[in-house]
Design a protein around this ligand. Sequence first.
Ligand SMILES: Cc1cc2nc3c(=O)[nH]c(=O)nc-3n(C[C@H](O)[C@H](O)[C@H](O)COP(=O)(O)O)c2cc1C
Length: 431
Amino acid sequence: MSGTGSERPPVGIGRERQFEVYVGGARGVHPRVPVSFERLEEAARKAMSPEGYAYVAGGAGTEEAIRRNRAAFERWRIVPRMLRDVSVRDTAVDVLGTPLASPFVLCPIGVLEMAHGDADVAVARAAAAEGIPFVFSNQASRPMEESARAMGDAPRWFQLYWSTSNDLVASFVGRAERCGCSAIVLTLDTTMLGWRVRDLDLAYLPFLRGKGIAQYTSDPVFLEALQETLKQAPPPSGRITLAALGTLWELAGSYPGPRLASLRSGLARAAVRRFVETYSRPSLSWDDLAFLRERTSLPILLKGILHPADAVAAIEHGMDGIVVSNHGGRQVDGSIATMDALPAIVEAVAGRVPVLLDSGVRSGADVFRALALGASAVGLGRPYVWGLAAGGEEGVREVIRNLRADFDLTLGLAGCASVSRIGLDSVDRVG
Ligand SMILES: Cc1cc2nc3c(=O)[nH]c(=O)nc-3n(C[C@H](O)[C@H](O)[C@H](O)COP(=O)(O)O)c2cc1C
C-alpha cells in the first residue's frame, strides 16, 4: 500500500471515493446505498413493489440471456502490467462529440417511476452532477423537457422507438433537438415486447396503467391524434371489479393534470389505448432509416445490433454509431451475449463509427474489458435503477461515483494511465 496519508489529497476519482467512504466510516457514516451489486439490488427490491422489481429485474423466457451476459464478461481476464507510472489517470472519453467523464453513459430505461417518484428527473440531476450523459428513454415517466431542464448544459441523448406514426417520430426527434440532446439512439430490438415471464405471472404491464408514456402525453402530435381516439372510445366493457376500478384510478393519476378531470374526460384511458395502437412498428426495415436520417443532423446510433452484417448495414445507411445490446436479456431468450458479439462487430466496423456495448455491465472491470475488445464506451443499465430505488437522486449519484471510482482504480492497477492505453493485449480469453 502507498504511504499517502490524509495530509496529501488522493489523486483521481478512485482514491478520492475510497477515502471518502473509509473516512466516513471512521465517523460512523456509511455509504448511502450498498456498493456491491448484489446488496444494492436487494436494497432496491425491498424499496420497490413486487411488480416494479419484477419489471426491472426480469428478462425474457428462462432468463438465460441475462446469465449469459455475465458469463461472457467473466470469460475475459484482465492481465495487469506493472511499473508504468499510473499516478495520474485519465478516464475521460469523447463519443460523437459528447464528453464522458468516464467511458459510460446511463442507458435509456423506461418507467423509472416504478423505482422512485422523482423518476427520470432524479436520474437527470445525478447524471449532470457526475458528468455522465443520460439517454432519455422513449418510455420515460417524465417528459424529456423536464429531464433536460434538470440537467443544465450537461450532456444528454434521446432514445427513440419507431412508432406507427412517422409524424410522431419526427415530433419526438424535434423535441429532443430542442432539449439539447446531442445524439439519437434508435432502439431496434423491441418491435414487440419479449416473452417476460415474471411480468406475465404477475399479469402486470406498466404501460397499461398509464406509466411510462409521458413522452407521448406531452407531445402535440400524440395529443391531437388522441382526440380521434377519444371520439371512438367505447365505454368500459366487462364486469366492473374492484381491481378494474383501482386500475382506472391509477391510470388517471398517471395522466398530466388533475386525476378526477382525466377520469371524467376519459383522456387517461384513451391515451393508453392510443399508445398501444402507436407504440411500435414491427414492419420497420432498413429503408425506413432514410426518413430519420433526413429529419435530423444529429448523430444517430442503432441500439440492439448483435450481428456484424447489421453493423455494416448501419454504416451503409448513414448511421453514426452502434450500440451492441440485447436489451439486458429482456427480448430474446437464448440470445448471444453482447461480449460474445462485440469482437466480430468491432472488426467489421473497422473504426468507421464508435461501437458502444451494454447488457451486464456491473463493475469497473466490465467497463475495462469491453473497452479492451474495442468498445468506445459502455451503457450502465439496471445498477443505476437499483440506486434510484434504494436512494433516489443521491443513490444514483453514488452508483455512478462508485463505478467511476472502480474503473479508475482498475485502469491504473492494470497498468494503464489513460483509456487509450487499454488494448486487446490487456485481456486474455479463457474458455
Ligand atoms: C426496466 C428496464 C427498462 C428498459 N427500458 C428501455 C427503453 O425504454 N428503451 C431502450 O432502448 N432500452 C431499455 N432498456 C434496456 C436498457 O437500455 C439496456 O439495454 C439494458 O438495461 C442493459 O442491460 P443491464 O441493465 O442488464 O446492464 C430497459 C431495461 C430495463 C432493465
